[in-house]
Ligand binder design. Structure first.
Ligand SMILES: Cc1cc2nc3c(=O)[nH]c(=O)nc-3n(C[C@H](O)[C@H](O)[C@H](O)COP(=O)(O)OP(=O)(O)OC[C@H]3O[C@@H](n4cnc5c(N)ncnc54)[C@H](O)[C@@H]3O)c2cc1C
Length: 469
């Protein structure tokens, strides 16, 4: 039986980052991934002679001297980045009022642009932006590059007021509240559910700068692959973990489909926590914790359409949000209420990912049944028509080449929908440690989703393991 100091389950952004950090301790590390490639969620795919992005379009904090860049450097992941369009990285189209607003980078520029649109709320805008920064400043991990790694305070409570409460307190304009709620689509918890502190940690860096990875998700995966090879991490692709068993001497036996189990002193799961609960040995959690965790809501799901732009390049490196309702807690992600996120790549030919936010956990189960195929086709056509009505300017030259239901995404990218479990102010948070020493969790449900949240979850775990050893 192969013996390791640590076995990491799942080779997404968080699993690859954990593997790099633990290998740096001189440990023998294995990284297990059920897919046929590393990080299938962010690697993208090729179709009809074009390349399509899947799970990373842009990120904050990747500029020189910013914390995301610092994390990548610490990991030894070498990628080039490019600043998102200067005239706005997100265009927010408020459909009920017909007003469009472009989110520009730089807090002062953003405050000035918003004040021009909402002059009566100029002071409130400045106060709100300062409040977001102050809340994000509390996060030790977002300041590790300046203040050093935190020695304590790993689990600071992230509760207090919700985003909704703070928006209602600060602003009168429903349009302004909607603009500041739009980024909730990037973590999947609506304003009334997410704590203002948590939301601030996710958006604060966005107000400073937004970045695209040159070469997109596949370039990021290639850079990780090189770093993993240099670090000596053993990568086992096409390897599905079926369960984890505790041996009498407390080592962990990681059972895999079609192969001998692996033995490890430590095991880290980066799976969706509900999937980990199924694999975990008895005794990892108390029944009470599991029943509280069962009540944590899932984040928004996605129905994706992929298209090639046959006309001139448009919106390269920025995005459009189409919002059918200004009140994000009332959004009905179905039919006429569906909000959309449209991303346009830098690729040639230019490709577009058109994402409809759908109710959490919505899966069209059996991918091979005729009923599933018919339903997928019908839903794709419905979204195409709706998009053509809502933004004919953008849709004009697009040729649709693929559609992906949540079940398609599950099949190809291995992730279980949305951004994992919701970071919901009223529920228990998923912790990186379990009751059994040597069994840990990382991933987007542990800290926050996205490139940054997943990487921070890896650093958080590395610090905890470091403190234990
Ligand atoms: C459509 C979409 C767009 C996004 N856009 C952005 C963006 O622009 N910017 C940004 O920062 N973030 C974005 N995100 C979020 C970001 O992609 C994720 O937060 C991040 O990639 C999650 O990484 P992870 O490692 O936590 O999870 P995952 O990538 O889901 O990793 C878990 C891995 O475990 C594997 N696995 C599952 N079960 C098993 C098993 N039993 N055995 C072995 N392996 C297993 C899976 O195949 C998977 O590879 C987007 C996400 C989506 C879905």
């Amino acid at each position: 039986m192969q013996k390791y100091d640590a076995v990491i389950i799942g080779a997404g952004l968080s699993g690859m980052s954990v593997a790099l950090l633990l290998a740096r301790r001189g440990w023998r590390v294995a990284l297990l991934e059920q897919g046929r490639q590393l990080a299938p969620l962010i690697a993208g795919f090729d179709r009809a002679g074009a390349h399509f992005e899947t799970g990373v379009h842009y990120s904050s904090c990747l500029g020189a001297g910013e914390v995301g860049r610092f994390f990548l450097e610490q990991l030894g992941v070498e990628v080039a980045v490019r600043a998102c369009a200067d005239d706005g990285y997100d265009e927010i189209r408020l459909l009920p009022t017909g007003r469009n607003f472009k989110m520009v980078c730089g807090r002062e520029r953003l405050a000035a642009a918003l004040a021009r649109e909402f002059p009566a709320e100029r002071d409130a805008i400045a106060r709100y932006l300062a409040r977001v920064r102050a809340a994000a400043d509390q996060s030790a991990f977002l300041h590790a590059h300046r203040r050093g790694w935190p020695r304590q305070g790993f689990f600071e409570p992230r509760h207090g007021a919700t985003l909704r409460e703070v928006l209602d307190e600060c602003f009168r304009s429903p349009e302004l509240k909607a603009i500041f709620s739009t980024a909730t689509f990037l973590h999947g918890a609506p304003p009334a559910r997410v704590s203002f502190a948590q939301h601030s940690c996710i958006v604060s860096g966005m107000f400073d700068s937004m970045w695209e990875i040159v070469g997109g998700g596949r370039a990021l995966v290639a850079a990780y692959r090189d770093a993993l090879a240099r670090a000596g991490v053993e990568i086992l692709l096409d390897t599905t973990v079926t369960n984890i068993e505790l041996a009498p001497d407390r080592t962990k036996l990681i059972h895999i489909r079609h192969g001998a189990p692996l033995s490890a002193a430590r095991c880290v799961s980066t799976l969706h926590p509900r999937e980990f609960f199924q694999l975990a040995p008895a005794g990892v959690y108390r029944a009470g914790y599991l029943s509280r965790a069962a009540r944590i809501p899932e984040t928004t799901g996605f129905f994706c359409l992929y298209a090639v732009n046959r006309g001139e390049k448009i919106y390269a490196n920025n995005n459009i949000f189409l919002l059918p309702d200004l009140d994000f807690d009332q959004l009905q992600p179905d039919g006429e209420g569906t909000p959309y996120y449209l991303n346009f790549s830098h690729e040639t030919p230019q490709t577009a990912s058109l994402i409809a936010f759908v109710p959490p956990g919505q899966t069209l189960a059996d991918r091979h049944s005729p009923a599933y195929r018919a339903e997928k086709q019908r839903t794709a056509e419905q979204h195409r028509q709706r998009l053509a009505e809502l933004s004919p300017d953008v849709l004009r030259d697009l040729r649709f080449v693929a559609a992906a239901t949540p079940a398609t995404q599950r099949h190809y990218t291995g992730y279980s929908g949305g951004y994992g479990l919701m970071h919901d102010a009223s529920h228990v948070n998923i912790l990186p440690v379990t009751k059994l020493p040597g069994i840990y969790l990382a991933g987007q449900s542990v800290v926050a989703p996205g490139l940054l949240g997943s990487i921070i979850s890896a650093f958080l775990l590395d610090k905890i393991i470091g403190a234990e050893n």
